[in-house]
Design a protein around this ligand. Structure first.
Ligand SMILES: Nc1ncnc2c1ncn2[C@@H]1O[C@H](COP(=O)(O)OP(=O)(O)OP(=O)(O)O)[C@@H](O)[C@H]1O
Length: 323
């Protein structure tokens, strides 16, 4: 966020508790004290595994679930007092598409405009533009039930833009979509970003976070483990390259010790042991592989790759994002 500019969203010590499902009378703390700020035009992400508290955070930002504690300012306003005013300036894309499946694609857009009290003529004009944006012009007269998952997602995003929001909240926008549909969606979101719409999104896909987010927080168990741009986070918590080694299962324990001995002697390297593979974090993957091979080790597969946010998550939490 730019220094000196008032943040569009300012959260301090944000907490969300629910009645515990497994302990009558107890509480479960899904969000355990978040501090973050989002500036105008930023694409800001919450990256974390299922249950990290991302959706709970989004619902508080969408002014549909009050924080248990902490302060939240959105567009300079207080959700407890000005929820309706704030909601009128937000676009919300929930995890599940809440479209009216019996209506046509165009009717879904018109209905939503009606809900916001936007004059019919203006909504019609916007709907035409949004159908083009969502690449759904040819489907305008089709009922939603006939659309693919990717099309429904694009329609949900188009619908969230009917009120021309300042901020778009997207909860796991591409979960459940096939790779091609995900790429089409990323392209649309990228366009919105270029048009200056502030995007807040949750995801458990590290490639999505890397592609779309200028800045993100890594979330785990209701807390922020760290914050930064994807590149900053990778530089802070990982090495330039990673050598992934797989050994025969009956050789893995012995190989782990040897890999540790070889790479532990080299500067800037460390080894993480996963159930099915070893990760050697290193500035130079090829050199690490050469050292492993020279020590007489014979991995079944060896892969040198660049560090990703998945490696950052593993480093920060000791777990994989998909665990
Ligand atoms: N109404 C509720 N009552 C009790 N516990 C809840 C409630 N809603 C969510 N939780 C719990 O709070 C935790 C955080 O849930 P939340 O949906 O915010 O996480 P998330 O990171 O968005 O994960 P997901 O991707 O699964 O939605 C989870 O353990 C969830 O079971």
């Amino acid at each position: 966020m730019d220094d000196g500019e008032t943040p569009l969203i300012d959260a301090k010590g944000l907490v969300k508790e629910y009645p515990a499902r497994d302990r009558p009378g107890g509480v479960f703390r899904a969000v355990a004290g978040l501090d973050f700020q989002v500036g105008r035009g930023e694409a800001f992400g919450f990256l974390g595994p299922n249950g990290a508290g991302k959706s709970s955070t989004m619902r508080m930002l969408g002014c549909v679930s009050p924080p248990t504690a902490g302060t939240l300012r959105i567009l300079g306003m207080d959700p407890a007092r000005d929820g309706r005013l704030i909601r009128a300036r937000l676009g919300v894309v929930p995890q599940e598409d809440a479209l009216d499946v019996e209506l046509t694609v165009r009717e879904n857009l018109l209905m939503y405009g009606n809900y916001f009290g936007i004059p019919r003529r203006v909504v019609k004009e916007r709907a035409a533009r949004l159908l083009e944006f969502a690449q759904l012009e040819e489907k305008a007269g089709d009922r939603v039930e006939a659309l693919s998952g990717g099309m429904r997602r694009r329609l949900t995003i188009a619908r969230s833009l009917v009120n021309e929001p300042d901020v778009l909240l997207l909860d796991e926008p591409t979960t459940g979509l096939d790779p091609q549909a995900r790429h089409v969606l990323w392209d649309r979101l990228f366009r919105l970003k270029q048009q200056g719409v502030t995007l807040l999104l949750t995801t458990h896909y590290m490639d999505e976070a890397e592609q779309l987010c200028d800045r993100l927080v890594v979330m785990d168990k209701g807390l922020i483990a760290d914050e930064g741009s994807p590149r900053e986070l990778i530089e802070r918590h990982s090495t330039r390259e990673v050598l992934e080694l797989r050994f025969r299962l009956d050789e893995q324990d012995q190989a782990t010790g040897k890999v540790r001995a070889v790479t532990g002697a080299r500067e800037g390297e460390r080894v993480e042991v996963l159930p099915d593979r070893l990760m050697v974090y290193t500035p130079d993957g090829e050199a690490a592989l050469a050292a492993v091979t020279a020590a007489g080790l014979a991995p079944v597969t060896a892969l040198v790759r660049r560090s990703t946010l998945e490696d950052v998550f593993l480093r920060l939490t000791g777990r994989s994002l998909t665990d």
